[in-house]
Design a protein around this ligand. Sequence first.
Ligand SMILES: Nc1ncnc2c1ncn2[C@@H]1O[C@H](COP(=O)(O)OP(=O)(O)O)[C@@H](O)[C@H]1O
Ligand SMILES: [Mg+2]
Length: 381
Amino acid sequence: MATSPRATQQKFEPWTDPDAKPYVRIEKVTKKFGDFFAVDDVSLSIYKKEIFCLLGASGCGKTTLLRMLAGFERPTSGKIFIDGVDMTSIPPYERPVNMMFQSYAIFPHMTVEQNVAFGLKQERLQKDEIESRVNDMLNLVKLGQFAKRKPHQLSGGQRQRVALARSLVKKPKLLLLDEPLAALDKKLREHTQFELINIKETLGVTFVVVTHDQEEAMTLSTRIGLMNHGEIVQVGTPSEIYEYPSSRFVSEFIGSVNMFEGRLVEDEPSYVRIGCDDLEAPIYVDHGVSSAPGATIWAAIRPEKITISREKPDATDNWTAAVVQDIAYMGDMSIYLLRLDSGKVVRVTQPNIYRHADDRITWDERVFLQWYPESPVVVTK
Ligand SMILES: Nc1ncnc2c1ncn2[C@@H]1O[C@H](COP(=O)(O)OP(=O)(O)O)[C@@H](O)[C@H]1O
Ligand SMILES: [Mg+2]
């Protein structure tokens, strides 16, 4: 029985299998430029057929790490293995890798077809082999009908796909993409993201994609490696990174979050209470937390995990009063900004389920915010 791509994708978790061999192994890799650590002691395992996203702000070392995978840059220390082979003395052109650069250049004087065929001609492949591979690739990226056009007759998104086809046609086992979708507008970017996922399924290529766009990383990747100042700060699936961020930095980088600073007032194996000066009631979390007594900790609560009501909750924990400061109607949902008595502003999103809710909560109303014990994520750094 044929399984849908979605079903196979859900079961694809080689990183949870202790016997699975990573396709790419980065071991304690550091790259210094002078005294500056562009990449700082990074270790990563990437598995066959992953779309692994290196995510982070501009300047955090993503491109440098990618260039070391491609062989354009040598690590100052540490090792990179691809398919079990130490890459230290392997030049770029002998690696099973192709890299599509941030500012991809396609040849303006060549047609789409000629651009895609270029690398294969350099390899001196047979004419019909080149033709059939170029055709297959153009169909895959849905550019078949544009084969004879020149780049200036294409849209930005189509040019992007030419560059992608040109990288893929050489059948690299590992394709490195540096901010591949940055030049596209939002809609086209989304479309191309889904295409990339399909291409991965069809060709079985392993992708490492660099991006500074967290939404893109969330949509595209099997896993994300979040970078900050040359270091990998967390590796996980998009939902792990979103639901279980390991630090304030991670939870604030991925999506919006309300961060409440506090300290443990009750510390039990199965629950904790956190006293927080901004809130009227303590935060109660339904699991233990390992933190030094008295140390400052933070509870991160996502905007969609807080509810707003007019009635004062009949509960000892997990609520506070607030005044509606601003509302933005976004169609499918509304964003509320609510001011606590301390002055702190909390962000809450609510789906707009009812079309004619004439009793909607409105500006300047005094309301109550509430959340479940499983909603806050506690971070200690
Ligand atoms: N060849 C180089 N010489 C000196 N510094 C560099 C060089 N390449 C990159 N850097 C520095 O290393 C840091 C990381 O750069 P890069 O890997 O391009 O970041 P990203 O791709 O995440 O934006 C930046 O501060 C950058 O200025
Ligand atoms: Mg870069």
